[in-house]
Design a protein around this ligand. Structure first.
Ligand SMILES: [Zn+2]
Ligand SMILES: [Zn+2]
Length: 307
C-alpha cells in the first residue's frame, strides 16, 4: 500500500503561500522604492533593472504556485495520479511505501493530466505563457537567465493564472491563508483586508483597468467608490492608499447600496451632492460613531461633509 497520501488542500495552501511570497517580493520592493506612494505611478524601470534577483525569485515562486495548483486539482481526483513512473516500479512489493518517497510528475506532465481531469482545454495564449514561464524558471534556477525581467511581466502572468486557471474565488482563498500579525488594534479579518488592499494596488499599477476588474471579479462598468469600512481600517493602520474598490449595486443613479470587493460588505449610502464644488460625487456615507474616520464622508473624494 501507499501510505501517507496527501490531501488536496495541502497543495492548495502551498500554492497560495508561494503566490503570496511571489507578490510580496514585488510589493515590498515597490513600497520601499516609492515610499508607499502608489499614486506616483512611476515605472521605476532602472530601479527594477538593478533588482533582477528579486524578480527572478518572484518568478520562481509564481511558478511553484502554479505547479502546486495543478497538483491540488489533480489530487482532488486521486493523489495516485500525481505519481510518476510505472506502477510496477513504485516498489510496493517490499511492503508499504510512503507517498513522500515516490516521485511526482514534472510540470509538463502535470499540465497534461490537469487538462484531462478537468476536461478544460487551456486557452492557447495561457499555454504559451505557462511554457514561457517554465523556460524562464529553468534558466533562473540554473543561473543562466540573461534577458531583463520587469514586474509587469510577473504581475501580468499572475493575473492570467488567477483569471484563467484558479477555479474558486482566489481573494477568499488568499485571505484564509494569509499570515497577518495583528498590529494597530485591527481584527485579523481587517488585517487580511488591508494586506489584500496592497495586493490590489500593485496589481492595479501594472494591469489595465479592465484586466484588474476581471482579476478581482468586479463588473467591467460602474464608477468605483471608497469603502467606508476599509477606508476607516486603512487610516487606523496608517496606510495612505485608498481602498476604492466598491461599486453601486445595482449600478443605477438612485442606488443606495455599495458593495466592496475587498471586505465583501454591502453598505448603505446616502445620495446627496458632495459639499466640495470641485467634486462631482453624490455618494455619501452617513454619520456613524463606529467608523469615526469615515463618518459623514463623501465616498468619491473622501472629504468630511461638515459645513
Ligand atoms: Zn470594504
Ligand atoms: Zn466629494
Amino acid at each position: 500500500m501507499i501510505t501517507n497520501k496527501p490531501a488536496p488542500d495541502e497543495f492548495k495552501n502551498l500554492s497560495v503561500q508561494y503566490l503570496a511570497q511571489s507578490v510580496d517580493l514585488l510589493l515590498k520592493t515597490e513600497m520601499a522604492l516609492t515610499q508607499g506612494d502608489w499614486g506616483a505611478d512611476e515605472v521605476l524601470e532602472e530601479e527594477w533593472e538593478n533588482r533582477q534577483g528579486i524578480l527572478g525569485n518572484s518568478l520562481i515562486m509564481l511558478f511553484l504556485s502554479i505547479e502546486n495548483y495543478f497538483k491540488y486539482r489533480i489530487c482532488k481526483v486521486d493523489p495516485l495520479l500525481l505519481i510518476a513512473g510505472e506502477p510496477s516500479r513504485w516498489g510496493l512489493s517490499k511492503g508499504n511505501k510512503n507517498f513522500e518517497d515516490l516521485f511526482i510528475h514534472q510540470f509538463d506532465d502535470l499540465l497534461v493530466i490537469y487538462q484531462e481531469i478537468t476536461e478544460e482545454g487551456i486557452d492557447l495564449g495561457v499555454k504559451q505563457r505557462l511554457n514561457e514561464l517554465r523556460k524562464k524558471r529553468n534558466k533562473y534556477t540554473h543561473g543562466l537567465h540573461r534577458a531583463i525581467l520587469n514586474p509587469k511581466y510577473i504581475i501580468e502572468s499572475t493575473a492570467i493564472y488567477l483569471t484563467s486557471l484558479w477555479e474558486e474565488n482566489w481573494t477568499r482563498d488568499f485571505k484564509s491563508a494569509m499570515l497577518t500579525e495583528p498590529l494597530y488594534g485591527l481584527t485579523n479579518e481587517e488585517e487580511e483586508q488591508m494586506m489584500l488592499l496592497s495586493y490590489f494596488k500593485i496589481f492595479e499599477k501594472y494591469l489595465t483597468a479592465n484586466e484588474l476588474r476581471k482579476l478581482i471579479g468586479m463588473p467591467s462598468t460602474g464608477r468605483r467608490y471608497l469603502c467606508p469600512y476599509c477606508k476607516n481600517c486603512s487610516i487606523e493602520s496608517g496606510i495612505t492608499v485608498n481602498p476604492n474598490y466598491a461599486l453601486l449595486v445595482p449600478n443605477k443613479a438612485e442606488s443606495e447600496t455599495i458593495n466592496c470587493w475587498l471586505c465583501e460588505c454591502l453598505i448603505d449610502v446616502k445620495r446627496s451632492s458632495c459639499i466640495l464644488t470641485e467634486c462631482h460625487g453624490n455618494v455619501i456615507y452617513a454619520k456613524d460613531t463606529h467608523y469615526e474616520h469615515t463618518s459623514n464622508c463623501c465616498l468619491t473624494c473622501g472629504s468630511a461633509q461638515n459645513r
